[in-house]
Design a protein around this ligand. Structure first.
Ligand code: WT7
Length: 632
C-alpha cells in the first residue's frame, strides 16, 4: 500500500500507478492517516453527468480536530502560526498549537453565542490578522460554512456574496493596514449590510482603532465578547460530504459563483498535497504569501499546513512596504525554510532590482513554490537564482479554486525541474487533453484543452444554490470530463505546461476575473453605452485589463471620463479589477448576429494588428480599422 509520504521518485511513480489502477484503495490508505470519529463505509461514488461526487461516504470527522486537537499531545507547544504585521516595527505574534486551539474554541463559542449553528453560512471579511485564522477554523469547529471574502472587494461585491450564500453573520474588523495606508473596513460592511436585510449579527475585531459605527443589537466587539466565553468547544460531528466552505470565484459568464468544498475529501487532499509537494519536515517553517481570502490561503496557509502539524507564517503586509526587501527580511527574521508565492510578486520585486535581495542572507530557504498563473522563464530563473541561490528546488503548482488543492506540480527536491512547466500530476490526478470536439489527444508534444477524467477527493461538489451552474460550467463542455478552462501542452514523461485560460476569464496578478463581470461593472456608469473587455500581456500582472468603451453622445472622451469609469469598477468589484487601459471607440466589431468578436479585440490589445484574420463576417468591418488605429 502507498505511503502517505512520497520520499523519492520511485515512491512517486508507484503511488501514481496505484492511484490510477486502484484509486479507491489508494485513497483509503491515505485517508487512514487522519482522525475520523467514525470511519467511512464506501470510498467513492461518482458521476460527471449530474454531477454527483461523494468521497468517504458516511465517514464522520471534524477537520479542526485534525488541524488542532490531534496535535496537542505531541506538538502542543510547537508554533502553529507565526503572524508578521504589516509594519516591521510591530512585534510578530506566535501561537502554539495549544494556544491556537484555545483561540479557535473561544471564537467558536462567540459564534455560538451569536446564534450560529451547524450548516449556517458565515461571511468572513477580514484582513490578514490572526483573527481571520481563528474565525475560519471556528466556523469549521461548529460546522458553520465559512465564506471568506477578500477584504479588497468592494461594497457591491461583498453584498452579492453575502446574499448569494445567505449569510446572517459577518465577521469583520474596524479597518486594515496596507503598506503605508490605513483603510476602513467596517464602513464597507455597514454599506453592504444595508443591501442585505437578512444579516443579523456583525462581529467586529479592533485592528487599527478606526472610529466605527456600532449598531446596537447587531454589532458586537470581539474583544468584549472574548471576556466571557470559555476556552474549550466541542468539535461538531460532520459528515464527509457536509459543506466545509464556500469560496467565490469568477467564471466566463454571470456573477462570481460560490465553489463548494466538503469536509472529508478536502481534508484528505489538503494535507496530502501540502506534505508531498513541499516535502515538509517536522522542524520546517513554511510561508505562503497568499491572502486567506483566496483558495491558496485556505488550503496552504491554514488547512494543509495545520493538518500536517506545520509552522505556518501569516503576513499582514505587502511585498513593497517599507521597501521591496520586505519578503526577504521576513524570510531571514523567521528562518523560513519553504516559501510559496506568486509570479506577479516575483516580477514586481525583480523590477525593483537585486540589491534588495542581496541585503539578506536567505540561507534558511530549502524549497520554493509558485502559484496563480504560468511563471514565465525569466521570472522562474530570477526566483531560482536570486532567491533560491540555485540550490532550492522550485515547484510550479497548477490548480484552481475548484480543485481545492494542487493538481499538477513538481515535488520539491524529487521531481525534475523544468522552467515554466508545472510538471507531473499528483497521485490520484488523471489529466487529459482534448480537442474542441472533446476527443482525447494522446501522446507527447501535444496541446489541447485541459480536463480531468476521474474524481479526486478535494474537487468542487457544487456551486452554492445553483447545481445546474456547476454542471454547465465544468461538466457539460466535454462529456464525462471535468473541464478546467485552461489550455495545456504535454511533453515527454507526462510533464505538463499550462498555457493559460481558453475561456473569457482573465488572470490579473493571479486573480481571476470574467470579462463579462468587468463589462457589467463598467456598464453601470451612466456615460457608458457599451463595453468590451479583454486581457493583454502585462509585464508585472501577467495580464492587464483592456477595455473598449462606447460613450454616450456628447460625453467627452477624456481622462476625466476614464477616471469616472475606473471609479465605477472600483465600486462594483474592487481596486484589483481596475482597467489598465481604456480606449474609447465609436463601435465594436460585431458579427451579423450581434456577437462581439473578441478575437479581434484581443489581437489589437496585444498589439498584433498585422494578422486580424477574417473580418468579412462583421457587420461593419471598418470599425476594426478605427479601433486598430486608436490602439493604446
Ligand atoms: C487559474 C485558477 C489555486 C491557485 C490560485 C489561483 C491559473 C493557477 C497556475 C500555474 C499556470 C496557473 C490557471 C487556473 N493558474 N496556478 N501554476 N500555472 N496557471 O486560483 O483563482 O481559482 O485560478 O489560475 O489558469 O485555471 P484561481
Amino acid at each position: 500500500m502507498a505511503n502517505f509520504r512520497i520520499q523519492n521518485l520511485s515512491d512517486y511513480e508507484s503511488s501514481y500507478r496505484e492511484s490510477i489502477e486502484q484509486p479507491e484503495s489508494f485513497w483509503d490508505g491515505i485517508a487512514k492517516n487522519y482522525q475520523w470519529q467514525k470511519p467511512w463505509d464506501k470510498t467513492l461514488e461518482w458521476n460527471f453527468e449530474t454531477p454527483d461526487i461523494k468521497w468517504f461516504l458516511n465517514g464522520k470527522l471534524n477537520i479542526t480536530e485534525n488541524c488542532l486537537d490531534r496535535h496537542l499531545e505531541q506538538r502542543g507547544n510547537k508554533i502553529a502560526l507565526i503572524w508578521e504585521a504589516n509594519d516591521p516595527k510591530e512585534a510578530s505574534l506566535r501561537f502554539t498549537y495549544r494556544e491556537l486551539h484555545q483561540k479557535v474554541c473561544r471564537m467558536a463559542n462567540i459564534l455560538k453565542e451569536l446564534g450560529v449553528k451547524k450548516g449556517d453560512r458565515v461571511c468572513i471579511y477580514l484582513p490578514m490578522i490572526p483573527e481571520l485564522a481563528f474565525a475560519t477554523l471556528a466556523c469549521a469547529r461548529i460546522g458553520a460554512v465559512h465564506s471568506v471574502v477578500f477584504a479588497g472587494f468592494s461594497v457591491n461585491a461583498l453584498a452579492d456574496r453575502i446574499q448569494d450564500s445567505g449569510c446572517e453573520v459577518i465577521i469583520t474588523s474596524d479597518g486594515l493596514n496596507r503598506g503605508a495606508k490605513q483603510i476602513p473596513v467596517k464602513s464597507v460592511v455597514d454599506e453592504a449590510v444595508a443591501l442585505c436585510p437578512d444579516v443579523k449579527k456583525v462581529l467586529v475585531v479592533n485592528r487599527i482603532n478606526w472610529p466605527v459605527h456600532m449598531e446596537t443589537g447587531r454589532d458586537y466587539w470581539y474583544h468584549e465578547m472574548l471576556t466571557h466565553v470559555g476556552d474549550t468547544c466541542h468539535a461538531q460531528t460532520m459528515d464527509s460530504e457536509d459543506n466545509l466552505f464556500i469560496l467565490y470565484t469568477s467564471g466566463s459568464t454571470g456573477k462570481p459563483k460560490g465553489v463548494v468544498h466538503t469536509c472529508g475529501g478536502y481534508m484528505v487532499y489538503a494535507g496530502y498535497s501540502f506534505q508531498n509537494v513541499f516535502q515538509y519536515n517536522e522542524s520546517d517553517v513554511y510561508w505562503c504569501t497568499a491572502d486567506i481570502g483566496w483558495v491558496t490561503g485556505h488550503t496552504y496557509i491554514l488547512y494543509g499546513p495545520l493538518l500536517q502539524g506545520a509552522t505556518s507564517v501569516m503576513f499582514e503586509g505587502v511585498p513593497t512596504f517599507p521597501d521591496p526587501g520586505r519578503f526577504w527580511q521576513v524570510i531571514d527574521k523567521h528562518s523560513v525554510n519553504i516559501f510559496y508565492t506568486a509570479p506577479t510578486a516575483i516580477r514586481s520585486l525583480m523590477a525593483s532590482g537585486v540589491d534588495h535581495v542581496l541585503a539578506y542572507s536567505l540561507h534558511s530557504l530549502k524549497a520554493l513554490g509558485s502559484v496563480g498563473e504560468p511563471i514565465n522563464e525569466e521570472a522562474w530563473h530570477w526566483y531560482h537564482t536570486h532567491i533560491g541561490k540555485g540550490r532550492c528546488p522550485l515547484v510550479d503548482t497548477w490548480w484552481q479554486t475548484e480543485t481545492g488543492g494542487i493538481m499538477i506540480s513538481g515535488l520539491a527536491g524529487i521531481s525534475e525541474l523544468k522552467p515554466a512547466h508545472a510538471g507531473q500530476p499528483l497521485p490520484g490526478i488523471q489529466p487529459i487533453l482534448v480537442d474542441s470536439e472533446g476527443k482525447e489527444i494522446e501522446g507527447e508534444g501535444v496541446e489541447g484543452y485541459l480536463c480531468v477524467k476521474f474524481p479526486w477527493p478535494s474537487m468542487i461538489r457544487t456551486t452554492f444554490g445553483d447545481h445546474e451552474r456547476c454542471r454547465i460550467n465544468y461538466f457539460a463542455t466535454y462529456k464525462n470530463l471535468y473541464f478546467t478552462g485552461d489550455g495545456a501542452r504535454r511533453e515527454a514523461n507526462n510533464m505538463y505546461r499550462i498555457i493559460g485560460r481558453v475561456d473569457d476569464v482573465i488572470n490579473v496578478s493571479g486573480h481571476r476575473f470574467g470579462t463579462a463581470e468587468i463589462e457589467n461593472a463598467i456598464n453601470q456608469n451612466k456615460k457608458v453605452i457599451e463595453s468590451a473587455v479583454v486581457g493583454y500581456p502585462h509585464d508585472i500582472k501577467g495580464q492587464g485589463i483592456y477595455a473598449y468603451i462606447i460613450l454616450a453622445e456628447g460625453t467627452s472622451q477624456d481622462n476625466h471620463s476614464r477616471d469616472e469609469i475606473i471609479e465605477t469598477v472600483v465600486e462594483h468589484i474592487g481596486r484589483i479589477a481596475k482597467p489598465d487601459k481604456i480606449q474609447f471607440v465609436s463601435g465594436l466589431p460585431k458579427t451579423r448576429s450581434g456577437k462581439i468578436m473578441r478575437r479581434i479585440l484581443r489581437k489589437i490589445a496585444e498589439g498584433d494588428i498585422s494578422a486580424l484574420g477574417d473580418t468579412s463576417t462583421l457587420l461593419d468591418p471598418l470599425v476594426v480599422d478605427e479601433i486598430a488605429g486608436g490602439r493604446l
